[in-house]
Design a binder for this molecule. Structure first.
Ligand SMILES: *Cc1c(COP(=O)(O)O)cnc(C)c1O
Length: 355
């Protein structure tokens, strides 16, 4: 039976990306060696890193003066590297969910942290809009897509201080005004590659401004100066990321990813709103296009386990909601074809007819 992969992360990748990476693992460029057994400094691996960086810059229209890095440690390590490198006195954070809160917690070890607004009291079902960012903050940290709660900031806020963005789960799904940011980061395992690599886009002249000592590996400057090759980078995930970047470009780039994301979201939210059995959990205007969260309507609450089993039998994978929201979460990342969304909608309609 065909599987429809709605996993939240690690998550669906284009089939071609998996095949090309599998092939390189068996035999890299006809060398008779596996991608897993060559040096990251081999002359035929450097072009992989170079092209991946170049495609990042091209696809996201990154202006001059920024570096693209591929690091280890996940987005979770960036929660600490960001304040290590940029927080001298004060930083502002928008508390929109579990990941935002974790980022904020790390920053508190480095200086004053101002939580400008929070939707914690409403179980993070919306993105706060009325807030003021202190003009003397070193940066304003946002989580552009809240993977767990299914809310999304669909544009880059206008504030007086530079932005830092956790874009783990919506990178390459909409155009970004990179010039507003000093740093954009994310774990690659949601929209780009298998787990093991973290992408970081950093503004070169924003570095070197804090007075503290920064351990070598946690200093962005180390990785900028070494072209992201200071130590052994995650070779296989970077290779897979390059295949995804080529795929995105061949499909029509970020505008096409954005169009597809809007199309998938419109289809699925349309069904959630129409179907009497289901109900969305996020505020309409903040609904994520990447992680679509919904629950059973109150009068059908006891059908939850039955629907999960019903959909699973029909090939839906990964739709069980995160425990902090409950119900269901359909993650609809860049590589998810709209046929999979249609298959889920068909399940919802068939289940409605049954009840
Ligand atoms: C998954 C996720 C993280 C954590 O990423 P790791 O690479 O596992 O550390 C952080 N932020 C967001 C928005 C996420 O979706």
């Amino acid at each position: 039976m065909k599987k429809h992969n709605f996993n939240a992360g690690p998550s669906i990748l284009p089939r071609e990306v998996i095949e090309q990476t599998a092939q390189a693992i068996l035999d890299y460029n006809g060398s008779g060696l596996s991608l897993m057994e060559i040096s990251h400094r081999a002359k035929d691996f450097q072009p992989v890193v170079d092209e991946a960086k170049a495609l990042f810059k091209e696809l996201l229209c990154i202006p001059d003066g920024y570096s693209v890095l591929f690091l280890g440690g996940g987005a979770s390590l960036e929660f600490c590297m960001v304040p290590y490198n940029f927080l001298e006195h004060k930083a502002a954070y928008l508390n929109t969910g579990t990941w935002a809160k974790k980022a904020m917690k790390e920053a508190k070890g480095f200086g004053e942290v101002v939580e400008v607004a929070s939707s914690a009291d409403a179980n993070y079902s919306f993105i706060p809009k009325d807030y003021t960012v202190p003009a003397d903050a070193d940066y304003f940290h946002i989580t552009t897509n809240n993977t767990i709660f299914g809310t999304e900031l669909k544009n880059d806020p206008d504030v007086q201080v530079p932005l830092v963005g956790d874009m783990s789960s919506d990178i390459f799904s909409r155009p970004v005004d990179v010039s507003k940011y000093i740093c954009i980061y994310g774990g690659a395992q949601k929209n780009l590659a298998p787990s093991g690599v973290t992408f970081v886009i950093v503004k070169d002249d924003a570095l070197g401004k804090v007075s503290r000592y920064i351990p070598t590996m946690l200093n962005y400057k180390t990785h900028v100066d070494a072209g992201s090759m200071f130590n052994t980078p995650p070779v296989v995930p970077i290779y897979a990321a390059l295949q995804t970047l080529r795929w995105i470009k061949a499909q029509g780039g970020v505008p096409e990813m954005q169009r597809r994301a809007a199309e998938r979201a419109e289809m699925l939210y349309g069904e959630i709103d129409r179907n009497k059995l289901f109900k969305g959990t996020a505020a309409q205007e903040d609904r994520s296009r990447m992680n679509i969260c919904f629950v059973m309507a109150p009068e059908y609450k006891d059908l939850e386990a039955e629907f999960l089993a019903f959909a699973t039998e029909r090939g839906m994978v990964g739709i069980k909601g995160h425990r902090s929201v409950g119900g269901f979460r359909a993650s609809c990342y860049n590589a998810l074809p709209k046929e999979s969304v249609q298959a889920l909608i068909d399940c919802m309609q068939e289940f409605e007819r049954k009840h």
